[in-house]
Design a protein. Structure first.
Length: 134
């Protein structure tokens, strides 16, 4: 996916793109993809349910950050705990060229997605039966 992202940026912006900001944003958003995979593994019992979860989770992961750009300022705070919202903002500011906002959003992407990933890993561990018995 990184190659597709870089190729599409090259097509849209040419060599004037802020490549290092895009790479920092991509690296900060890496746990979001892991989160999607861990949730899929924890929730799905078979292949058919995995396909259903892929369709529903990918819709949520893709549409929620976009909704943060179109809601009024009074409702935008609802999206602050979501790592994928900050990821989209980081990529937007990296493309626009706002270094401060891109780095700040990348940092918030990393800060908000890691606790969600840890929670999903904890849930997956319980689903697989790896609990500590005293």
């Amino acid at each position: 996916t990184i190659l597709l992202s870089l190729a599409s940026t090259l097509i849209m912006q040419g060599l004037e793109a802020h490549w290092w900001l895009l790479l920092v944003s991509w690296a900060a958003s890496f746990p979001i993809g892991l989160l999607l995979g861990v949730l899929l593994g924890a929730l799905a019992n078979d292949q058919l349910s995995a396909i259903a979860y892929i369709k529903s989770l990918s819709f949520l992961f893709a549409s929620l950050p976009l909704a943060g750009f179109v809601v009024s300022e009074a409702w935008v705070y609802v999206f602050y705990p979501l790592g994928n919202y900050w990821c989209l903002r980081a990529l937007y500011f990296a493309i626009v060229g706002d270094t401060y906002e891109a780095l700040r959003s990348s940092l918030l992407t990393a800060a908000t997605s890691r606790p969600m990933l840890i929670g999903a890993l904890w849930y997956m561990r319980r689903q697989l039966g790896f609990t500590q018995e005293d």
